[in-house]
Design a binder for this molecule. Structure first.
Ligand SMILES: NC(=O)c1ccc[n+]([C@@H]2O[C@H](COP(=O)([O-])OP(=O)(O)OC[C@H]3O[C@@H](n4cnc5c(N)ncnc54)[C@H](O)[C@@H]3O)[C@@H](O)[C@H]2O)c1
Length: 421
């Protein structure tokens, strides 16, 4: 006989509606709240519980959900949540990186599907445990590299391979540069007490709030920011790196543990040639913002989560495509630079691509909503995840070993099997 949840899903399916999913979230800080807000735009997502060790974060999440007619049970400890909430379909994990493995593995073992924020972990061993736990549980694990569900990236990828608009890709570049910022504080009187901080692994309130800058809790800015974009290099090149060299240091923020600026050289040994690329992350200047660029013999393509920065530039000697003349030009930039807009043809024959119209409609949604939708669709209908744990792991290997290259000053060589679990 079907239980109440299954009966509800059957009824929803008969009515042509998406089935309701019971969901909890662990970690309702800045990104947890962003994900919560995005989930509230997705039909059928019903929050049953939230968990956070900081009452301040609990209050924000609980109040928001109450406002949207979803009163939830509030927990401080995830084990308590998993013991009491028996009717959950999925859990979102948005705690600091060093807790991802513990939280995600426990949820998978408890039979829940998991959406876990990037970086998968700050430890490769723990990231591997996450892949294995997903496989053993037979449950889904989506890693929060949300560009993987972004139609603009799909739109950029198609012409590279379908129409070879870049010719042969020979190089790539990318960066995430942001301005100087103060350490994060906390509202007066809302500190966690010393016993709670110690229980959950933090020495001070300052470390709890600024976990990104501590080696115990995070892989630093190259992981926090770079992981999104290094993921794109491997995705677009359909390969994993063969070697990296890197330099970096805590040259500006003398009191922070992690390197505040990192510059990395990548080599991707491809069958036809080595494709070389450069990536930097700066925390002292926002010059150039954030983007990924692929440079080829016939053209270059810049793609960014900031769609206004996304563009295509054709080399003079490359065969001209009809759509280039019809596309919106970007003034005062390189010759023949056009904005990369979904809905513009970008096909060799200049015909409207029906797929592009679908992508255009999707692209109006915020990036995190699209990635969450991809996850919930996979839970409901068995459609593919856009960032399964194996992909997250490949990215984690490429990203976390950059810190090793910085520390040693040596070239790090990869064996292909290192990227596999
Ligand atoms: N995909 C993206 O675009 C994106 C953007 C920002 C952050 N993130 C990721 O989201 C995660 C959270 O980042 P953030 O900026 O929200 O950090 P944050 O410090 O603002 O929030 C973390 C929350 O987790 C809670 N927490 C800490 N330890 C916990 C534990 N053991 N159990 C339960 N709750 C605990 C904290 O109290 C806090 O409320 C990180 O993994 C980060 O890399 C992803």
């Amino acid at each position: 006989m079907l239980g109440p949840a299954a009966l509800g899903q059957q009824a929803a399916a008969q009515a042509g509606k998406p089935a309701d999913l019971n969901v909890a979230i662990i970690g309702t800080g800045s990104q947890g709240m962003n994900l919560l807000n995005n989930c509230l735009k997705i039909p059928g997502i019903r929050f049953k519980a939230v968990c956070d060790i900081w009452p301040y974060s609990q209050t924000y999440a609980g109040n928001l959900l109450k406002k949207y007619g979803q009163p939830v049970n509030v927990y401080t400890d995830y084990q308590d949540l998993l013991a009491k909430e028996k009717d959950l379909d999925a859990v979102i994990v948005a705690t600091p990186d060093w807790m991802h493995a513990e939280h995600a593995v426990a949820c998978l073992k408890a039979g829940k599907h998991v959406y876990c924020e990037k970086e998968m972990s700050n430890s490769l061993d723990q990231a591997k445990q996450m892949v294995l736990a997903a496989r053993q549980s037979g449950k889904l694990l989506q890693i929060g590299h949300q560009r993987r569900s972004n139609p603009l990236y799909e739109h950029a990828l198609n012409p590279i391979y379908k129409d070879k608009v870049l010719g042969d890709i020979t190089n790539f570049q990318g960066q995430w540069n942001r301005p100087v910022s103060d350490s994060l504080g906390w509202p007066k009187g809302r500190e966690l007490d010393a016993a709670t901080l110690t229980k959950y692994g933090y020495d001070t309130m300052e470390a709890f709030r600024n976990w990104r800058w501590y080696k115990k809790f995070s892989g630093g800015p190259i992981s926090d920011l770079g992981s999104h974009q290094i993921d794109i290099f491997s995705w677009f090149l359909k390969a994993t790196p063969t070697a990296i060299q890197a330099t970096g240091g805590h040259d500006f923020y003398k009191n922070r543990e992690w390197y505040d600026n990192v510059m990395t050289l990548f080599e991707y040994g491809m069958p036809s040639r080595t494709v070389r690329g450069f990536y930097e992350v700066l925390n002292t200047s926002s010059y150039g913002g954030f983007y990924e660029a692929f440079l080829g013999t016939e053209g270059s393509l810049v793609v960014s989560e900031d769609s206004k920065r996304s563009l295509f530039m054709r080399e003079d000697q490359a065969p001209r495509r009809e759509w280039e003349d019809q596309s919106e030009k970007i003034k005062n930039l390189d010759k023949d630079t056009i904005s990369l807009k979904i809905g513009e043809t970008l096909t060799a024959d200049g015909k409207k691509d029906p797929q592009a119209q679908k992508l255009l409609a999707e692209s109006k949604k915020p990036p995190h909503q699209l990635h969450l939708e991809n996850f919930f669709n996979a839970v409901r209908n068995g459609t593919p995840l856009s960032c399964p744990p194996e992909v997250g792991y490949e990215t984690a290997v490429a990203v976390l070993r950059i810190n090793e290259a910085v520390a040693s000053g040596q070239k790090v060589q990869f064996k292909p099997e290192e990227f596999k679990v």
